[in-house]
Design a protein around this ligand. Structure first.
Ligand code: CP3
Length: 345
């Protein structure tokens, strides 16, 4: 499909663009009143995510409201463990939960590698959304990194210390690798199906890569993201891939060598330094602290200018926040941010 707005794709190729593209992580979500309405109709998160018409509707909501340069399919990184039979649900105020945690050798052995057929509702949502977008902007497909998904499976939910997941890495590394391999194989099939259904870009969310020491990160997180990138290329697809390892500034050079096209950055590094560390080989996406959106308009505009000038005039910058929108953020503040980026040059 011919895209009317292909700024994101051009920036990912590091081609010059008249202005920098912008999308924001968690652009569909609870900070939008129109999202909360559909979410209430659905009753629970999984019904919303697994009903293609509803998932499509909430994907399009931020596109209708703002002049964003990309849509991201409404789903979750935990659909893979759900498809593996772990029974994902969300407990209000506590986040994601499964029916059981993966802790023992038996737990890992019994876990199936899943084919994308088990996630056909995501592919249906993608095809429907691509049809509805009618080429307005590209649609981003996504997954979690195997390490980040593993933390939720082993901890049975969110964690601050990752004590169970890290225990597995350090006490039973072979078992951890078997688990990561199963998640990786399932993820490859999932992403190929997303691309076949019309996703124009893929982002891998490694939200908890930054919880690991550099050498541990390389062995247990980067290695599996590399396998995913290699498998997508080996299947013959040149779909741009963005890796986002939050809190990881120590390995940007290695990440840029994986064959990915872009790296997502959080706010803990200067764009200029990230460009040097990656030898300008990939596009960079980021990196304003989302909490800036709690400040007033003048401060938001000043911070946008700072990020833009920190990257500089070169091509290959995609504006984004360093992490996702929060439920208590004001939708009007995001409008200001988008205007500041799009009218800057
Ligand atoms: O607009 C978009 O960005 C697309 C939708 C999207 C969601 N989750 C919807 C969602 C994306 C890209 C994700 C990814 C995701 N999910 C990540 C990686 C990105 C990150 O934030 O680091 C992670 C770690 C998850 C796991 C997850 N899903 C958690 C921890 C939670 C609970 C959060 C909470 O505040 O309750 C979710 C649920 C979830 N996924 C919500 C949304 C909009 C909120 C639940 C709801 O509406 O009831």
């Amino acid at each position: 499909m011919q895209l009317k707005n292909d700024l994101l794709l051009r920036a990912l190729k590091k081609e010059a663009t008249p202005r920098r593209p912008i999308w924001v992580m968690r652009q569909a979500g609870r900070y939008l009143p129109e999202y909360r309405k559909v979410r209430a109709q659905a009753g629970d998160f999984m019904t919303l995510a697994s009903t293609p018409e509803m998932a499509c509707e909430v994907t399009l909501q931020p596109i209708r409201r703002y002049g964003l340069d990309a849509a991201i399919i409404f789903s979750d990184i935990l659909t893979i463990p759900d498809a593996m039979g772990m029974g994902l649900h969300f407990v209000t105020g506590e986040g994601p939960r499964f029916e059981y945690a993966i802790r023992s050798e038996k737990d890992v052995e019994q876990l199936p590698i899943v084919d994308a057929d088990a996630l056909s509702y995501v592919m249906d949502a993608i095809s429907l959304t691509v049809r509805e977008l009618d080429g307005a902007v590209p649609l981003i497909g996504f997954c979690g990194s195997p390490w980040t998904v593993m933390t939720y499976m082993v901890e049975n939910g969110s964690s601050k210390s990752f004590s169970h997941a890290k225990s597995m890495l350090f006490k039973s590394p072979q078992l951890a690798h078997r688990l990561l391999d199963k998640i990786t194989q399932s993820t490859i099939s999932y992403l190929l199906a997303q691309i076949n259904s019309g996703a124009s870009v893929i982002q891998i969310f490694d939200s908890w890569g930054g919880a690991l020491s550099p050498h541990v990160y390389k062995e247990f997180s980067l290695k599996y993201m590399q396998e995913i990138v290699t498998a997508i290329r080996a299947a013959g697809y040149d779909t741009p891939i963005i890796l986002f390892s939050k809190g990881v500034t120590h390995s940007l050079g290695e990440m840029a060598e994986t064959g990915c096209d872009g790296l997502g950055l959080d706010w803990t590094i200067r764009m200029q330094q990230a460009r040097q560390l990656t030898g300008n080989r990939v596009a960079l996406q980021g990196n304003m602290d989302p909490n800036v959106l709690y400040a007033d308009e003048a401060f938001i505009r000043k911070e946008v200018k700072r990020v833009l000038s920190d990257f500089g005039d070169a091509p290959g910058h995609i504006f984004n926040l360093g992490h996702g929108m929060q439920p208590d953020m004001d939708p009007e503040k995001l409008a200001i941010l988008i205007d500041a980026v799009q009218t800057a040059e």
